[in-house]
Write a protein that binds this ligand. Structure first.
Ligand SMILES: [Zn+2]
Length: 231
């Protein structure tokens, strides 16, 4: 029996995922967090929670989000600080969707230092646009239950019909190539400086995200294990 399938030690650091939409960032971040028994911190989920609970932060963020605008750094950073000061974060946490800019990364670095965490570990899920495009444009969503399929690598049993509830499968407007192309381009433009920032500090670990979810998961776990052994 493998002795270390559960989290025998603590993570004791922040793990940050970088990667374009469709690279599997959310899935990998969630699974890593579950594996080590630490919180998975998605800025999108956190903001929605503040809004639904009507916290002071949520009240400020709500009209901005309703206008479809980006919530300003000041609010996001305040939210992050408050979140990582909660007791469940003592043994580390996994970010999903944060930081997005070098300025946010610098602020986070200071924050982690102040709170006595080890240096963050940054995983870049790198994937070529030619691999990513079919993944994204092939996505079909069930109109009834919201199940997600992919005509290339996770097709339904009957084309256009949901296996679970027989609902119609549709391509969301966000998944059309004319929407995805510019989104990927914007992502690359935003992430390149962030990846360079972490790389220059020796914190960036690049993983080939064109592999299967299982293979990527193994690589993520191995890389985290290595860094924990090394420092
Ligand atoms: Zn369905």
């Amino acid at each position: 029996m493998a002795p270390d399938t559960r989290h025998p030690d603590k993570l004791d650091r922040a793990v940050i995922f970088l990667g374009p939409p469709g690279a599997g960032k959310g899935t990998q971040a969630k699974e890593l967090a579950a594996r080590y028994g630490v919180p998975h911190l998605s800025t999108g989920d956190m903001l929605r929670e503040h809004v639904s609970k009507g916290t002071p932060l949520g009240i400020k963020a709500k009209p901005i989000m309703e206008r479809g605008e980006l919530v300003p750094d000041s609010l996001v950073l305040q939210m992050i600080r408050e979140r990582i000061e909660r007791p469940d974060c003592t043994h580390g946490f996994v970010f999903d969707g944060f930081p997005r800019t070098v300025a946010q990364a610098k602020y986070l670095g200071e924050l982690l230092k102040q709170h006595g965490y080890k240096r963050p570990f940054v995983i870049h899920l790198a994937i070529d646009t030619s691999v990513l495009l079919p993944r994204l444009t092939g996505r079909r969503t069930c109109k009834v239950g919201g199940e997600i399929y992919n005509i290339h690598d996770r097709p339904p049993k009957v084309a256009g019909i949901c296996d679970a509830d027989g609902g119609e499968l549709v391509q969301r407007p966000d998944d059309r190539e004319e929407v995805i192309g510019p989104r990927l381009h914007a992502y690359e433009k935003q992430t390149a400086p962030l990846a360079a920032y972490y790389s220059s500090r020796g914190l960036l670990h690049v993983i080939d995200a064109s592999k299967s979810i299982d293979e990527v998961r193994q690589q993520v776990l191995q890389s985290v294990k290595n860094v924990r052994g090394a420092r």
